[in-house]
Design a protein around this ligand. Structure first.
Ligand code: MSP
Length: 648
């Protein structure tokens, strides 16, 4: 196994972070956790980009020093990552001495070797993006990245000879097709920025002072992007390691395996950053991946627009794994995704509560009920079991290939395909029916084992994504420790779960969110809109009294019943509905014997179009209740009321 150095961008602590930032960091965290799980030696870095004009202005606007301002916000950011259980190995602040000193050394080196020279800058500057633009690059006079207004800047500056490295960079990008991903971003960089010609880059500012001082000319502060991009190497101890605890980080981990960045800052990471690295004589990162944005009402979230969602509120309301799952699963990684609380609730209810939570609950209930809470020893696997075992291995292969391609959503889809298949397997294998026949004991054991071992594998597969759920499943299965601690190649082997393990059924791991009654208190500024959307969805699921009255429900009396030949599930019933006699074929044979049906009053849908089941005419359908454990109970009138009576 190799080393894996992964980074997030370092965030501006100009405001508290929102769900869009959490999206970026949680996805990086899933990749870091996955690589750790498969045995790579991982270093995962995140941090904060604390200098620059934007932060200085923000601090001034609230009347505190920039340092005091960022200290407050950075504490909140660290707290947010703790709440989301981000597994970073280091957190770099660009105001730390280790970083400031290193940036000064870098600047000095580039100056001494003639790559940085002094001149005057005259051009446009976007303060929110901290980006220089030429008049030609502006979009209707505004910043081409964020669309906001730009300022004319004229000041003495140091320049970096970017133009000198442009051809080498074009060649590098063309020869290394994996360097910039997705490929659309690569083409954009080549065609929009590199091929039209690269101008020298302004790398210092003199009209404000919140930055790292140029050591040999302290009225200049280092341009914030040169300062910020360097974090990826200064955090590893470049150029001179000051961290006695980790003296060889740089040798060990550089070049980065992946810089994960938002699409709007791909340009800084694939043009400016590689050129600086070339000038420093350092290898380039292996991959820069530009992911999309989580947008709200079609626009990028921003505090200034007032359309932000606070991840802490969502975690408090729905739990950390629900929020992580949504952020990882909902949007194909690389594309923009639209955030709605409604979609988050639907994900929780369908995937987590109905599929995964239910699978755990019914598996453990059946082990409790049919085998006194002990995982049984499986007998010979039949074709049906083999299908699930095979899919469990195929899902793993799909998960791995998706993670290699950074298709994080696809990796989770592969796991949840297995979750649904296992639920279907339980319906098909019908352990409750097997349990009624002592001759089928061994078959029942095989089915119960297959259910629990698949569930165990699902817990192992979920380790990179969810931080509480895998351990909860593990515990309920009666296993000690955590699936994250196991040697991966052992953990993913079918048959790891020992027969005889005593399970410990617990509370449902993902209760359904009752959308009828959202909990007290607004969660996001869009709360009324969320409620409206949910109400709309609900009303589309509802029917009117007129629609209901179209269904003719009647009491019917069973006068004869027999099994349908060649089917273990179907019974053929002759029923009386008033004066009329009818035949109904019903899938209840695993739950009711033909003989016990005769004489019962049941409820049927009398005006259902006749249909043929196994070639036998069925004139109606009987009503029965079924629960998540697959048990079934017929509906009967509470008192004898006489066949033909209407049910309403
Ligand atoms: N400080 C620079 C990065 C320097 S890296 C050497 C910066 N900071 S930022 O706070 O504005 O953005 C940090 C990251 O958060 C960017 O990659 C950006 O794309 C990402 N996101 C900000 N809002 C986002 C969404 N709404 N959705 C997804 N990602 C978002 O740029």
């Amino acid at each position: 196994m190799g080393k894996y150095y992964i980074t997030t961008p370092i965030y501006y602590p100009s405001d508290n972070l929102h769900i869009g930032h959490a999206y970026a960091t949680v996805n990086a965290d899933a990749l870091a956790r996955y690589h750790r799980q498969i045995g790579d030696d991982v270093w995962f870095l995140t941090g904060t980009d604390e200098h620059g004009q934007k932060i200085q202005r923000k601090a001034e606007s609230v009347g505190v020093s920039p340092q005091a301002y960022v200290d407050g916000i950075v504490a909140n950011i660290k707290d947010l990552w703790k709440r989301l259980q981000i597994s970073n190995d280091d957190f770099i602040r660009t105001t730390e001495e280790r970083h400031e000193k290193a940036v000064q050394m870098i600047f000095e080196k580039l100056y001494e070797q003639g790559d940085i020279y002094k001149s005057e800058y005259e051009g446009w500057y976007c303060t929110p993006c901290e980006a220089f633009w030429t008049a030609r690059q502006l979009n209707d006079g505004n910043c081409p990245d964020c669309g906001r207004g730009v300022e004319l800047v004229k000041e003495e500056s140091y320049f970096f000879r970017a133009s000198k490295y442009a051809d080498r960079l074009i060649k590098y990008i063309e020869e290394n097709p994996d360097f910039i991903q997705p490929v659309s971003r690569k083409n954009e960089m080549l065609n929009n920025f590199l091929k039209p010609g690269l101008e020298d880059l302004c790398v210092s500012r003199t009209t404000f002072n919140w930055g790292i001082k140029v050591p040999f000319d302290p009225k200049h502060v280092v341009y914030v992007w040169l300062d910020a991009l360097s974090n990826y190497i200064t955090a590893l101890g470049y150029p001179a390691c000051m961290d006695a605890e980790h003296p060889d980080l740089f040798q060990k981990y550089w070049p980065a395996d992946l810089h994960l960045v938002g699409k709007e800052i791909v340009r800084f990471h694939t043009i400016i950053w590689p050129i600086i690295l070339m000038a420093l004589g350092l290898p380039l990162p292996k991959k820069v991946f530009g992911h999309g944005w989580l947008v709200l009402d079609g626009g990028k979230m921003s505090k200034s627009k007032g359309n932000v969602v606070d991840p802490l509120v969502l975690i408090d309301k729905y739990g950390i794994d629900a929020v992580r799952y949504y952020l990882l699963r909902e949007t194909p990684f690389g594309s923009d995704g639209s955030y709605t609380e409604e979609a988050l609730i639907l994900r929780i209810n369908t995937d987590l509560a109905n599929d995964l939570g239910n699978l755990l609950h019914r598996t453990l209930s059946m082990i409790e009920k049919f085998n006194e809470g002990v995982v049984p020893k499986p007998g010979a696997y039949q074709d049906l079991d083999q299908q699930v075992i095979k899919l469990s291995q195929e899902s793993l292969a799909e998960l791995k290939s998706a993670m290699d391609k950074l298709e994080i959503h696809g990796a989770l889809a592969a796991v949840f395909k297995l979750v649904s298949r296992t639920n279907k397997y339980i319906d098909e294998a019908a352990p409750w029916a097997l349990a009624r026949n002592p001759d089928l004991r061994e078959r029942l054991n095989t089915v119960l084992y297959t259910m629990s071992e698949t569930l165990r594998l699902i817990a192992v597969y979920l380790v990179p994504f969810l931080v509480e759920t895998p351990a909860k499943i593990w515990k309920q299965l009666g296993l000690s420790g955590s699936p994250a601690d196991l040697e991966y190649s052992d953990a993913v082997k079918w048959g790891w779960l020992k027969p005889g393990t005593v399970t410990k059924k617990g509370e449902p791991i993902f209760p359904r969110i009752e959308i009828e009654k959202p909990k007290e208190g607004p969660t996001v500024e869009q709360q009324p809109a969320v409620q409206e959307k949910i109400a709309e969805k609900q009303s589309s699921d509802q029917i009117t009294i007129e629609e209901f009255s179209k269904i003719d429900l009647r009491v019917a009396k069973v006068i004869a019943a027999e099994k349908v030949e060649g089917s273990d599930k179907l019974l053929k019933l002759q029923v009386k509905v008033g004066e009329e006699e009818r035949q109904i074929v019903a899938g209840i044979a695993l739950h009711y014997q033909a003989s016990e049906m005769v004489g019962k009053e049941i409820v049927i849908v009398a005006n259902l179009k006749p249909a043929k089941l196994r070639g036998i005419l069925s004139q109606g359908m009987l009503l029965a209740a079924s629960n998540t454990e697959g048990q079934l109970s017929l509906l009967n009138p509470d008192k004898i009321i006489g066949e033909g009576s209407k049910v309403r």
